[in-house]
Design a protein around this ligand. Structure first.
Ligand SMILES: Cc1cc2nc3c(=O)[nH]c(=O)nc-3n(C[C@H](O)[C@H](O)[C@H](O)COP(=O)(O)O)c2cc1C
Length: 218
């Protein structure tokens, strides 16, 4: 069955003003690694996840699940597992190139933000979905779909004034076990979510210019 598409009015001048002002807002988005204990209303998180759930996705299978964690014991356990994994990563002589690439970001094996951020969101990708009659059916373009949905989530939280760190320890399987998720769900990303500490510092990094990331074929 088909239905009328939700088409809305459009004015080029207004649209341009909108994107120009959004550009200024997004120039101020940064990954935050030092959070404050300022309260963040959980309804903001819930609504942002609803928006993430509206993302385009392969065959509309919506192959994602967002686990919101505020329990301090679970956050402590996630930090414990992550720091163990990070220690291995930062000490592995075979990963020298990767470690050097990270140097300008001033990151290290300490991950206090995993306990300080009021919320962690563990994003899982569902490669398979259970069928009502038993067994599983595959999903399509799972990583692309979950990546786009997570982008929607990060952008929405930023627009609401809430900061995010996209955190990806090299091995994340512990998250599935810790959060009791079924085997058809794969940990995709861990987001630390909250308000930045007033003293939060971010690495001085450059973003590529428009000319560097845009190729025109007119
Ligand atoms: C897929 C992905 C994985 C990332 N993993 C980590 C991570 O494990 N630890 C970390 O501190 N930052 C991580 N980041 C954040 C990046 O370092 C950060 O986005 C990048 O340096 C640009 O900085 P900005 O977000 O402040 O613009 C990750 C970002 C992405 C998109």
């Amino acid at each position: 069955m088909l239905e009328q598409a939700p088409v809305r009015g459009f004015d080029n001048r207004e649209a341009l003003e909108t994107v120009k002002s959004l550009l200024e807002v997004f120039k101020r988005r940064r990954s935050i690694r030092d959070f404050s204990d300022e309260e963040v209303d959980e309804q903001i998180i819930d609504s942002a996840i609803q928006i993430a759930g509206l993302a385009p996705n392969g065959a509309n299978r919506q192959p994602w699940i967002f686990c919101v964690i505020s329990d301090s014991k679970i956050k402590g356990a996630i930090r414990g597992f992550s720091e163990k994994e990070e220690k291995r990563f930062y000490q592995d002589p075979h990963l020298k190139n990767w470690q050097e690439t990270l140097q300008p970001l001033h990151t290290n094996q300490k991950k206090e933000f995993l306990e300080k951020a009021p919320f962690l969101i563990a994003v899982f990708a569902r490669n398979l979905d259970p069928k009502p009659e038993g067994g599983y059916r595959p999903n399509y373009y799972v990583r692309e779909s979950v990546g786009i949905a997570t982008g929607f989530l990060i952008a929405t939280l930023h627009l609401s004034g809430v900061s995010v760190l996209t955190y990806t320890p090299t091995k994340m399987e512990f998250l599935r076990k810790l959060l009791n998720r079924p085997r058809n769900e794969k940990p995709f990303m861990l987001l630390a979510v909250g308000r930045p500490s007033p003293e939060a510092k971010v690495p001085s990094i450059d973003k590529k210019s428009l000319d560097e990331i845009l190729a025109r074929y007119h």
